[in-house]
Ligand binder design. Structure first.
Ligand code: URA
Length: 200
């Protein structure tokens, strides 16, 4: 069993906060283990809690469409959440729940080692950039500790607001270009230093 699968099994047994009492299933995440792209949502909703899989409800269908717009599907990326159990009635996660759960996501990131983390919604953005405001930084990227972070609105928010739909769809289209730029930079860094022919 892979280290990531082992970790996800551990996550599925987590009892470290109150959410464990009310969940049907833990939702550790799923996708390719060495994905270049890691999408991080907020928390499981009703359908995710029932199935133990991330983004399987209406927001998930929309995320699938967004992925298809850049010729990707969920089997080519990894999808996880900030918190792994559903908060009752889909309320916002509490700071203590986020704090308790964050070590799981940090461990997943270490094992997946993605080139880019796409944050979906403000809770996910705040994990990495606590002082930023999503309406200001969505659609922009920032490099931190060797990983490029790209902030997007949450697909569920965009589903219900036409204005955000236009924005999230445009932001998604920026991802392939960013990945290509990252590859160009990595290639340039691998080029052997040009030796001077004249010894100077
Ligand atoms: N919303 C999320 O943030 N995550 C899910 O897995 C589903 C809906």
């Amino acid at each position: 069993m892979s280290a990531l699968n082992k970790l996800n099994e551990e996550i599925a047994l987590c009892q470290s906060c109150e959410l464990a009492k009310y969940r049907t299933k833990v939702v550790p995440g799923e996708g390719v283990e060495d994905a270049d792209l890691l999408f991080v949502g907020e928390a499981p909703g009703y359908h995710e809690d029932q199935q133990g899989r991330p983004f399987v409800g209406a927001a998930g269908s929309y995320l699938d469409k967004l992925l298809a717009s850049i010729n990707l599907n969920r089997k080519q990326v990894y999808i996880a959440n900030v918190i792994k159990c559903r908060p009752a009635k889909n309320r916002d996660p509490l700071p203590v729940e986020i704090q308790n759960c964050r070590h799981w996501l940090e461990k997943q990131i270490k094992l997946i080692n993605p080139k880019m983390i796409v944050t979906l919604g403000r809770y996910s953005m705040a994990m990495f950039f606590p002082s930023k405001i999503i309406s200001k930084i969505h659609g922009t990227s920032q490099k931190k500790d060797g990983i490029v972070y790209f902030a997007m609105y949450h697909p569920a928010a965009a589903l219900h607001q036409q204005r955000l739909r236009t924005v999230i769809e445009a932001d998604m289209l920026k991802i392939p270009l960013l990945l290509a730029q990252m590859e160009d930079i990595a290639k340039a860094e691998q080029q052997p230093q040009q030796l001077s022919m004249f010894g100077d």
